[in-house]
Write a protein that binds this ligand. Structure first.
Ligand code: ASP
Length: 320
């Protein structure tokens, strides 16, 4: 991520600001936190800039398998999908699971069939050229590392590939590009939404933290809401979002809670594993990472447009 070009960083900042503005418009008009968070994710899925929807990263087989989830804080309603292909907006499929099934999480073919029944838009133009090019170069690096073995075998032998170390063949933490939103509306209701292509060169069938309650997202009115990004294999083992909300429920502000759970993540699994954003019941925002950067956008009533930041040392580019 640190190596991103100025053009890419500008796209990133614009994409985050635009998505947050979509959510802000809904909140400004008196809409729900859930609608705002969902709409922001649709915008990011459609843009192709982030690791979600059109911009999803690819599996070892060069295919797209997306995960997404929503949670409504007022009644702990959850909808999620895992391992879905050929869908323009996995977040809308997750929302439909919440609203039109008795279940919380649908996966793979069943999820896709359900989404089609719901009339959700199909998308078959994956991957865009820039993702295909990234896939080719990452796969070539892995192949070279694996010295003639299959990529799958190479991945297994590398083991630490998920660790995003300096010599990470997947290119450092630039594969942690999942997008998520937390929101509070005028009624004080909370929501969380998250959508992702997962991690680069994951095994087909691999599901990360994002569609898993407590790991990739969590929201309970009066307690707090959080969404995570990073290496799902580790985030799910500390239940990072549930843990953050637990701290907020116990009285921590969102910032303190985020820092506490990233410290926990790092103490268990080392540096460069991920981060999260959160909102507490007082509407205060928090974020923390132990990676090189994480794009973030923020808006609250009274702000003309959302503020954004990318690097750990960045101040918000508009006053909050
Ligand atoms: N957390 C996601 C996953 O492991 C990846 C990401 O944050 O980009 O699937």
């Amino acid at each position: 991520m640190r190596g991103m070009t100025p053009e890419r960083e500008a796209q990133y900042r614009d994409g985050m600001r635009a998505a947050a503005a979509v959510g802000a418009a809904i909140l400004r008009a008196g809409g729900s936190a859930l609608d705002a968070a969902t709409a922001a994710m649709v915008d990011m899925e459609d843009g192709g800039v982030f690791n979600a929807g059109l911009g999803s990263c690819l599996t070892t087989a060069g295919t797209v398998e997306m995960d997404a989830a929503v949670m409504r804080g007022s009644d702990r309603a959850i909808g999620a999908v895992a391992g879905v292909a050929e869908l323009a907006n996995p977040i809308l499929a997750a929302r439909a699971v919440m609203e039109h099934t008795p279940h919380c999480l649908l996966a793979a073919e069943g999820a896709l069939a359900f989404a089609r029944d719901q009339g959700l838009e199909r998308r078959t133009d994956f991957p865009p050229a820039h993702r295909r090019a990234e896939w080719e170069s990452k796969r070539a690096t892995l192949e070279a590392r694996a010295a003639g073995k299959s990529v799958e075998q190479g991945l297994a032998e590398l083991g630490g590939v998920l660790g995003a170390q300096e010599d990470d063949p997947l290119g450092g933490d630039d594969h942690h590009d999942t997008v998520g939103a937390v929101a509070m509306d005028a009624q004080g209701r909370l929501a969380a939404a998250v959508t992702t292509g997962g991690i680069w060169l994951k095994m087909p069938g691999r599901v990360g933290d994002s569609p898993l309650p407590g790991a990739g997202f969590w929201a309970v009115d009066g307690h707090g809401a959080a969404v995570a990004t990073g290496t799902g294999e580790y985030l799910m083992r500390v239940m990072i979002c549930h843990e953050a909300v637990h701290f907020m429920r116990a009285g921590d502000d969102a910032q303190t809670a985020c820092e506490a759970v990233v410290a926990l993540l790092e103490s268990e699994f080392g540096p460069d594993q991920g981060g999260l954003i959160a909102i507490d019941p007082q509407g205060r925002l928090g974020w923390a990472i132990n990676t090189h950067g994480m794009g973030r956008a923020a808006w609250h009533a009274g702000m003309a447009e959302p503020a954004v930041a990318v690097w750990p040392e960045d101040d918000w580019d508009r006053p909050l």
